[in-house]
Design a protein around this ligand. Sequence first.
Ligand code: ADP
Ligand code: MG
Length: 248
Amino acid sequence: MAEALLEVTNVSKSFGGVIANDDVSLSVPEGRIVGLIGPNGSGKTTLFNSIVGFHPIDSGSVKFEGREVSRMRVPQIARLGLLRTFQQTRVYGRMTCVQNMQISTPPREEGLRDMFAKARSGATEKAEALLEFVGLYQKRLLFAGDLSFGQQKLLEFAMALMNEPKLLLLDEPTAGINPTLINGIIDRLKRANADLGVTLLIIEHNMRAIMNLAEHIYCLAHGQLLAQGPPAEIKDNQRVIDAYLGAH
Ligand code: ADP
Ligand code: MG
């Protein structure tokens, strides 16, 4: 079998006495959409932080394209083509959509001067094409802070695509979004995968959304991997159902 694009093996991470990830393994094959679910506090975001180099892991291995990245930091990993978005959006509210896009090209060790030079100089065509892709072209000259929350999520998604990631980790892309916009987001995620060739690992609370998106789903509970399988199996998995019921 070909090696996965992302291979997480036996990753553990504690914060003081809290074991947020306990011996977690998962793999994401190139070109696929994989889901990560689990009740609140089960360690999903922590696993994303571990994968992208936001904090060091206690033990285990994270391989991206076969290369160990668990001792690398965020910018270095991002340059390899592995990026994430956040549960809370992180756009610059007092900059326009286009400006947000222009400064979102690959992170390098550069100062603000370089960033602004880049913003002036170009990347505008690509920025506008991707804003069109997520349905925000008409809003391109508005301040990001004046967009609805769902539109800000789409902008953040487009900003990540500016980097042409090979693998994009999305933390709850439909959370807090008006139900009428959710289908639009699902559709954009699918097209980013099918048309732009971006492999996706998605944390999602909306079961209908993740069942629709992912070909394979991992479920965490109390920091441990509880189950994995195709959506239809996960939906009827008694351990998964119990974990969610137990969480409420
Ligand atoms: P999820 O994303 O599944 O809701 P998290 O990964 O955010 O879960 O959290 C898993 C556990 O780790 C929780 O108990 C949370 O309180 C704890 N945790 C996460 N990040 C930190 C941190 N930086 N410091 C201390 N505890 C943390
Ligand atoms: Mg989380």
